[in-house]
Design a protein around this ligand. Structure first.
Ligand SMILES: Cc1ncc(COP(=O)(O)O)c(C=O)c1O
Length: 362
């Protein structure tokens, strides 16, 4: 085929998701595998969301509400904002894409932490813009280092709070200092996909700093704490002016009707959210204790996942864990060849992980 493909598209390495359970079971002939690789919620979806989805199924012959009216109303009320500040996405991934599509031109620069969530770089490159990658320091986002990389060509900055894959967070004071020093035309995007799990009260949230003059966008998702990863629904909180630009590039029915109904119910299911957060915090404490007992180094987190230094080839550990039916992530492609990342599972999954890791590291 004779295609003329832009170089910037050819520069993209496709995103590799965590290995699905079904694929592992097919390949290895196992039938009771567990997955701790994609930072998902092990408790399943909120029962209230399931009920709402079931009652919306009968209307699937109709297009969704393209304005997302009811869900946007609930989200804006939840945060005390106006509906004009909220944009829905087919996962927060889609909002990242809408931002880069609506606000970047080829040649623009975007400052990103590395390593962080890989979709920022992929979407920046898709728009023909140039990612300027700033290494983490001690696994945390280097805000000063990122600020130093801002030039007259910089249009956007991405922050991930807490950061995936390291679980470190940005505190309020550092975030405020950063915002003060950023030129007023540079869009600051703060991805808070895991913020519900944060235990440290000093953690900043972009939503608190929303005003209609500063180009600050905060991303949230229903995929993690709310347990709706398969439904694909996330949202961005932003000044009206930016929301109206995103609405120019947004597909008319990007948030499907089941997602709108399910997410609206999940937002109201406070008991479920509490249960999930308690499970994650208890699970983290159990995993930390177990790793301490084994003398294995790990990096405490503010999210529902964390890094473990296995002190040997992480790809090899990944492979050997797979053979025991446990899917984790090797951090080799993130630049940490001796680290793995796991998310907290159900207690029995955490126990199984520890047993499998003990075997691998023997
Ligand atoms: C930091 C971060 N942001 C965004 C996402 C994507 O979320 P969504 O499922 O809402 O697209 C993920 C998913 O792993 C993530 O880790």
């Amino acid at each position: 085929m004779k295609l003329s493909v832009p170089d910037y598209i050819l520069s993209i390495k496709p995103y590799t998701p965590g290995k699905p359970l079904e694929e592992l079971e097919r390949e290895y002939g196992i039938d009771d595998s567990i997955k701790l690789a994609s930072n998902e919620n092990p408790l399943g979806p909120s029962p209230m969301a399931v009920k709402a989805i079931q009652s919306a199924i009968g209307k699937l012959n109709r297009y969704p509400d393209g304005s997302g009216h009811e869900l946007i109303r609930k989200i804006s009320e939840h945060f005390g904002l106006t509906p004009q500040n909220v944009v829905l996405g087919n996962g927060s991934d889609e909002i990242i894409g809408m931002l880069t599509c609506a606000l970047l031109r080829p040649g623009d620069e975007v400052v990103l932490p590395r390593p962080s969530f890989l979709m920022y770089e992929i979407m920046v490159r898709s728009a023909g813009a140039k990612p300027v990658l700033v290494p983490l320091t001690s696994l945390a986002i280097d805000l000063d280092g990122m600020k130093d990389q801002i030039t007259s060509r910089t249009r956007m900055v991405f922050l991930c709070n807490p950061n995936n894959p390291t679980g470190t967070f940005i505190n309020k004071r550092d975030f405020e200092n950063f915002l003060e020093k950023i030129p007023p035309e540079v869009v600051v995007v703060v991805d808070e996909a895991y913020i519900e799990f944060v235990r440290d009260k000093n953690c900043a949230s972009g939503i608190k700093y929303l005003d209609n003059t500063r180009p600050l966008v905060t991303l949230r998702t229903f995929s993690k704490a709310y347990g709706l990863a398969g439904l694909r629904i996330g949202y961005g909180i932003m000044p009206e002016e930016i929301a109206s630009l995103l609405n120019r590039v947004r597909q008319p029915f990007n948030a499907n009707s089941l997602a709108q109904s399910g997410a609206g119910a999940a937002l109201e299911d406070k008991a479920f959210l509490e249960k999930v957060i308690t499970l994650v915090h208890d699970g983290l404490d159990f995993l930390y204790d177990s790793l301490d007992r084994m003398g294995v180094k790990y990096f405490p987190t503010q999210a529902n996942f964390f890094l473990i230094d296995v002190a040997k080839d992480a790809d090899d550990v990944f492979e050997r864990m797979l053979r025991q039916g446990v899917i984790i992530r090797s951090m080799t492609s993130y630049g940490y060849p001796h680290y793995i990342r796991i998310n907290v599972g159900l207690h029995e999954e955490n126990v199984r992980f520890i047993k499998a890791l003990e075997k691998c590291l023997k």
